[in-house]
Design a protein around this ligand. Structure first.
Ligand code: GLY
Ligand code: MN
Ligand code: MN
Length: 442
């Protein structure tokens, strides 16, 4: 059966380029290199993943490419440099679009072999006052860009005009990427559904004696058979004390009855990430202490999600979660003292040491500023963020009673900000104590 995986249309890629160009200063040029292939060991590469900015503007997923936008250029504004077609290389390594394919299939107005870039790009830069380029991401490419500018400078006496200003492309482009349009939300919703299904499956197959990697395998199986080509980040499957290691990815421990297991995993679909965390008992039944901590994290998450709406600023959901968690920890006897003082002195950080979440999009920790001119940014419709409070009681924390030690809980959902509030994209994984216990016993 063919899969129906939503994609970004050519029209949408064009709209994105036009939106960016409409924001640019007059007489300027964008230069954006693709990702490079990375060696894993000796002759084996990591699976290639296109740079998110590059894919966002082009839909072109090949390495060794450079995207150039020249607003107002008579012979076309969108130029791609890419690998030439090569029969031998294609037999070994796979299909290449070549410059013709870049024009025909990716709407480039002009396309050239990447091998010719040193000859052609200085001519495109020459006469432009400003270059939009993200300096410092790729040293080798930085030097190449400087080489092109210097080539123009050396021709000044012959009448050439070098650019006078470099501008950070990230400012414009990342603010654009922060606001998701319907087509992107559609893909992100699908990605979250696939991940939700995978989390449910992991809960259903989990039993004492299994290894953490068996749950990881189930997640990857569910992701990939649904059309995802990779996890959006390394899956975290931390059982027992490992749940207290925020980015634990070894996933090698054998799970025991009485453990909690924390799974933080999400698929990537069409270059969009999902990012879900659930924590559940390996045996299917929470202990009294586990249930108390779990319920507190869940209450904090619910309160934080309620604070996700236009008109609130970025940090409000975090502040709400801090309040709920601090109050709860005092009630349970894990913290002692006046609530306001504990919050002011950040005593909760002994157990809740990270922020409520992050922007989510093509990158799991997506682009976009959190502050504007020193102030927390206001939440606006179209932004997507994670809401992921947690409580982690270190196994060797002698300041708390033994019964609490080694309990780690995080609950994470992907939340779209709408005109009136929010929409939880990852709604399809249960998270109440009763729902989880019911699913695991079914
Ligand atoms: N999965 C990484 C994070 O939740 O930020
Ligand atoms: Mn996560
Ligand atoms: Mn996250």
């Amino acid at each position: 059966m063919p899969k129906t995986i939503p994609t970004i249309s050519k029209k949408e890629f064009l709209r994105r380029r036009e939106q960016l160009m409409s924001q640019m200063e007059p007489n300027s040029i964008v230069i954006l290199p693709s990702s490079t292939e990375k060696i894993r060991n000796r002759d084996a590469d990591y699976r290639f993943r296109q740079d998110s900015d590059f894919f966002y503007l082009s839909g072109f997923a090949e390495p060794e490419s450079v995207l150039v936008l020249v607003p107002g250029r008579e012979h076309g504004e969108f130029i791609l440099f890419c690998r030439e077609r090569d029969r031998a290389r294609e037999i070994w390594d796979g299909y290449r679009s070549g410059p013709d394919g870049a024009c025909k299939d990716f709407q480039a107005d002009d396309a050239f072999p990447i091998a010719d870039i040193d000859d052609i790009l200085p001519g495109l830069i020459e006469g432009r006052e400003r270059v939009y380029y993200s300096m410092g991401r790729d040293q080798q490419f930085d030097q190449q860009v400087m080489g092109w500018v210097n080539a123009i400078r050396s021709q000044v006496r012959a009448g050439a005009t070098p650019p006078g200003e470099f501008l950070n492309l990230d400012h414009l482009l990342h603010d654009q990427r922060l606001f998701k349009r319907a087509s992107e939300v559609h893909i992100m919703k699908k990605a979250a559904q696939i991940s939700a299904d995978a989390h449910c499956a992991a809960m259903q197959i989990c039993e004492p004696g299994m290894y953490e990697y068996e749950l990881e395998a189930e997640l990857m199986h569910r992701f990939m058979r649904a059309g995802s080509r990779a996890a959006a980040y390394n899956s975290i499957v931390g059982s027992g004390d490992n749940a207290c290691i925020l980015h634990y990815v070894e996933n090698t421990r054998q799970m025991k009855s009485g453990d909690l297991v924390l799974i933080d995993a999400g698929c990537e679909l069409e270059h969009y990430a999902s990012d879900i965390t659930r924590t559940f008992p390996v045996s299917g039944k929470f202990s009294k202490e586990q249930k108390a901590i779990y319920q507190l994290v869940l209450d904090a998450q619910a309160a934080a999600i309620d604070a996700v709406k236009p008109g609130n600023h970025w940090n409000e959901p975090h502040e709400v979660s801090v309040k709920v968690i601090t109050e709860g920890l005092v009630k349970l006897g894990l913290l002692k003292g006046d609530i306001d003082t504990l919050i002011e002195e950040e005593k909760y950080k002994q157990f809740y040491m990270h922020k409520i979440g992050h922007w989510l999009g093509m990158d799991v920790h997506d682009v976009g500023d959190y502050k504007i001119e020193g102030q927390w940014r206001m939440l606006e419709p179209g932004m997507v963020m994670t809401v992921e409070p947690g409580i982690y009681i270190a196994p060797d924390d002698e300041t708390v009673a033994k019964k609490w030690r080694g309990i780690g809980v995080r609950i994470e959902d992907d939340v779209l900000i709408t005109k009136t509030g929010y929409d939880i994209l990852s709604i399809d994984v249960p998270k109440s104590v009763d729902e989880i216990e019911a699913l695991m016993s079914a």
